[in-house]
Design a protein around this ligand. Structure first.
Ligand code: KG4
Ligand code: ZN
Length: 385
């Protein structure tokens, strides 16, 4: 294969680590030809979170049609693929295995290389992909914040310098700067939304309600979260517990929570339908909760930037869609002369385009997986290199 051909390599990405079955085709690690995501939210909603057994069963149902659609939307045939990249971990083992088994079978049948991808490396690439779509190349080193329902972690991303000549692929190296010691930020959103009778997932609705709160008085104040030891570590379970105690101490919330739960059961879960069922006190509480989460995430991210002296910040994961997080980080970024890259909503949440993009460098370097490729529930990103 010539370098030119490598730069135009078409890689199929497959992602099934949690509750999204996704497939995408990306050219040369940069250009998205197709990206298909089948979300299982409707299945897990009534349980208020992801049920692993149901997740793997649903991946089994979705994987074939999702891959077929990704190939069709890319306007190509399976035989025209150059490689297949699949999420190896971290994630739910039963779910990961569905994607891995399918990817192995497909790679073998087509006689194409198989590449195992770290899901977190995928999230880093989501921020790169977004920039590439706009013709930009984020400068390294960078700080990357991955903030989702399963992860809240800060990395320093460096250029590994063993890039292949003539090929537009960087070999990034990763150093973990801090991570959550308990809940992920998205998990805190989901748990607080559940306490308040606002459904699952909690992030998008709380984001909208916090904005609608205007200057409704805050019924309680949440101070900064202190973590002993590494100041770049996060902790969100205390905040969730503080919301729980506040609700317990104020039974006047109960009636509206009951009404919202009834609305959810009847399928009324949209912002416009839930907003009238929220008292000013509840809106003030939600805004205060969001302020506490965002202040914390922004402060630790800017501290990581100060510690490493980088000029680039990459943000990825479901919570990266949060409007207050975007606005606050962008404002801070302007003040401090940082370049901040946020993926679009579609690239922030779990998708397979980021997996295909992350697989590209390994494809170029011939780092292929074999039959023994196995799912890994936990998989440090530092291993990725
Ligand atoms: O990346 P993702 O799709 O899945 C993983 O967890 O890996 O992220 C989903 C998480 C959920 O916890 C959801 O509540 C949160 O991202 N989320 C948000 C927003 N949109 C999604 N959290 C805060 N504000 C949002 N706008
Ligand atoms: Zn994810």
């Amino acid at each position: 294969m010539t370098n030119r051909e490598k730069n135009n390599a078409r890689i199929l990405g497959i992602e099934s680590s949690c509750d999204e079955t996704a497939a995408a085709v990306v050219v040369g690690g940069r250009k998205i030809l197709s990206s298909v995501v089948a979300s299982q939210i409707n299945i897990h909603r009534k349980y208020g979170g992801v049920v692993p057994e149901l997740a793997s069963r649903e991946h089994l149902r979705q994987i074939v049609p999702v891959v077929r659609e990704a190939i069709e939307q890319a306007g190509m045939r399976l035989e025209e693929l150059d490689a297949i990249g699949v999420t190896q971990g971290p994630g739910l083992v039963g779910s990961l295995l569905v994607g891995i088994t399918y990817a192995k079978t497909l790679a073998q049948a087509l006689g194409k290389p198989l590449i195992g991808v770290n899901h977190l490396e995928g999230h880093v690439h989501a921020a790169f992909l977004e920039a590439y779509q706009k013709g930009e190349l984020p400068k390294l080193p960078a700080v990357c914040l991955i903030v989702s329902g399963g992860h809240t972690v800060l990395y320093e991303v460096k250029d590994g310098k063993d890039s292949v000549e003539g090929i537009d692929a960087r070999a990034e190296t990763f150093r973990k700067l801090g991570q959550t010691r308990d809940d992920a930020a998205g998990e805190a959103y989901d748990k607080v939304a559940k306490l308040l009778g606002l459904g699952y997932p909690g992030g998008p609705i709380l984001d909208q309600l916090a904005e609608a709160a205007g200057n409704a008085a805050a019924p309680v104040k949440f101070g900064p979260t202190k973590t002993r030891g590494n100041p770049l570590d996060f902790s969100f379970s205390g905040l969730k517990t503080a919301v729980l105690y506040h609700l317990r101490a104020n039974p006047e919330y109960n009636e509206e929570i009951r009404k919202r739960e009834e609305a959810l059961r009847e399928g009324r879960r949209k912002f416009e339908e839930l907003l009238p069922l929220c008292s000013p006190k509840t809106l003030g509480l939600i805004r205060e909760f969001q302020n506490a989460v965002i202040r914390d995430v922004v402060e630790r991210t800017t501290a990581a930037v100060a510690e490493t002296g980088v000029e680039t910040v990459l943000v990825s994961g479901g919570v990266a869609a949060n409007r207050q997080l975007r606005a606050t980080l962008e404002e801070q970024g302007k003040k401090a002369g940082m370049h901040i890259y946020f993926p679009s909503r579609a690239l922030s949440t779990d998708n397979a385009a980021m997996i295909a993009a992350a697989a590209y460098r390994r494809f170029v370097q011939g780092q292929y997986a074999d039959e023994s490729l196995n799912a890994r529930a936990s998989m440090p990103l530092e291993d990725a290199h």
